[in-house]
Ligand binder design. Sequence first.
Ligand code: SF4
Length: 330
Amino acid sequence: MAGLAEHLPAGEMRAMEKIKLGISTCLLGENVRYDGGHKLDRFLTDTLGQYVEYAPVCPEVECGLPIPRESMHLEGNPESPRLVTLRTKQDMTERMVSWALKRVVELEKEGLCGFIFKSDSPSSGMERVRVYNEKGMPVKKGVGMFAKIFMKHYPLLPVEDEGRLHDPKLRENFVERIFALKRWREVLTKKESRGTLVDFHTQHKLLILSHSPKHYQIMGKLVAQAKNIPLKNLYQQYQNILMEALQLKTTPKKNANVLMHMMGYFKEQLSSDEKQELLEVVDHYRQEYIPLIVPMTLINHYVRKYDQPYLKQQVYLNPHPLELQLRNHV
Ligand code: SF4
């Protein structure tokens, strides 16, 4: 089955088709900001950029505003604010909304696996954007105009902003989701078949379990009934539940449970000392004394050593390139 990029060395992985992500243009270092500047984020361009291809979107420039331009903010009701320039008080709401509604449809052909927004922007911010009341006092409850329309149009697509991506847990979760979605998209390029879906599910079981035992159960039942469900419907249901499951964050407790589950596959092979050591490492991880990479490395070692057939196909062991070092900090 295709989509096993995560089992390949980074070099080969880079040679594969890259993951397509939308991004706020200024994060790539383009001088599109109101003051003619940019907000280059080196992790996004230099590190993640090795695996992804970006589709840049600058709502303010693309809706026809110049560089430089008057700065603007959101004001009014945080649920449905207006986008207004600061000095001359021009209301840009209609201009932005009518452009954004067309742009999100146009983006469908890009096959995006996610979007990285610029934080705090009245156009691009995905959460906690300042909305000012009539007295000029801000509340951090708004969503940027374009980001809101984008997220409504693509409710299950992974989205983050560059600020949140500095948090190692959020970063790991986002990258894991875009890689999972990319693998799923590869399944969609093939002829629909129950066998293909079951293969994908089998390989992703432990990854799903690490996010949500509840979704793991639901998906297990869905796949078990696969032959009674029309294929289109089956694929659609599976995709929705998969994306919903991966939105839920992994935790040390959930990961530790998966690690214990994996340990069960080595009951026969491990000596009691080795079992004890593994138990201690998992427990230290559960208590957050050591990062996830430590128990994962040990388990990976046993999977290879004993050539455990079920575990060695699990995406959970290598959900994204090691070079991103995402499990060194969670
Ligand atoms: S935050 Fe959004 S609108 Fe502002 S410069 Fe960046 S991409 Fe353009």
